[in-house]
Design a protein around this ligand. Structure first.
Ligand code: THG
Length: 266
């Protein structure tokens, strides 16, 4: 089963930023309900965009989100202290976004994660910066998996983020992500891979077209989760259809159900 992490409760989005500043709970509630109905597995919550307000914004967003959905949450912050606070506010085991090999994130996160009931996104980032090659990505992924397993985290609870970088920056960025996903999924069997899908189209026009096609190409290589917009019906149609074509949909049941519901149309 593909894991859809609904990305829309993020204060970098203008409407969410305004709703958060105004404490407009209705806007947030409606958006979460729509993401759930559209098939999100987790609801990502990121309060990072209002500088100096992350803690209070995260608390408020979590209090609003958890009252309208039973879906588990993906707690999204680079700050271990925010993640620890957020972990204390959720009712069911969350997906924590994220740990990385950067020293000021790795050490506190490992200490915190030990013995906790949760899943974790592990970013292939270290103090030398963004990965430049497939080998960079894979060696960081391997270290992260080893370190997490050493504190008792199961592979099924680890989501490796290879760090998807824009095509507008370098022509290799698409193949680098795809090759890395394939290597991680074959050589670190049992882990998941995820990432911010729309990073690939940053700086390009008609981004949704690029995101949709990239999703299908990544899935072929084993990508089994994405941080994405579940309200984009077309990308959800791509997801259902690509899963079916990979043989992950017994008797094409999910595909046929989506067609009957009017969610997949030519
Ligand atoms: N990896 C991990 N976590 C992540 C990311 C990642 N969390 C944040 C981000 N990247 C994924 N989340 C979003 C949320 C919303 C949007 C993109 C990624 C989005 N952006 C519009 C855009 O870029 O055009 C902004 C439009 C607006 O400003 O309103 O919709 O990579 N682990």
């Amino acid at each position: 089963m593909f894991t859809v992490i609904g990305e829309r409760i993020n204060t970098t989005l203008k409407k969410v930023k305004a709703a958060t500043a105004d404490r407009d709970a209705d806007y947030i509630r409606e958006d979460v309900k729509k993401q759930e109905a559209a098939g999100a597995t987790y609801i990502d919550v990121n309060a990072g965009a209002r500088i100096g307000h992350e803690e209070e914004d995260m608390k408020w967003l979590l209090s609003v989100v958890r009252e309208v959905t039973d879906l588990p949450l993906c707690l999204d912050s680079p700050d271990p202290a925010i993640l620890e606070m957020a972990y204390g506010m959720v009712d069911r085991p969350p997906l924590i976004n994220s740990i990385s090999l950067e020293k000021d994130r790795f050490d506190p996160m490992i200490r915190f994660l030990k013995g906790k009931e949760c899943r974790i996104i592990a970013l292939c980032m270290d103090d030398s910066g963004m990965p430049k090659t497939v080998e960079d990505i894979f060696s960081r992924a391997k270290t992260l998996v080893e370190e997490l397993e050493a504190i008792g985290v199961k592979r099924d609870d680890i989501f490796i983020d290879p760090l998807i970088q824009p095509m507008s920056v370098a022509a290799e960025n698409g193949t680098m992500a795809m090759d890395a996903v394939e290597k991680i999924m074959t050589e670190l069997k049992g882990v998941h891979t995820t990432g911010g899908l729309s990073n690939i189209s940053y700086g390009l026009p008609q981004r949704k077209v690029v995101n949709r096609i990239f999703l299908a190409m990544m899935m072929v290589r084993g990508f089994d989760s994405a941080i994405m917009d579940p309200l984009d019906k077309e990308i959800m149609a791509v997801l259902t259809t690509a899963s079916m074509l990979q043989g992950h949909d017994t008797f094409c049941m999910n595909y046929l159900k989506a067609v009957r519901a009017g969610d997949i149309v030519a």
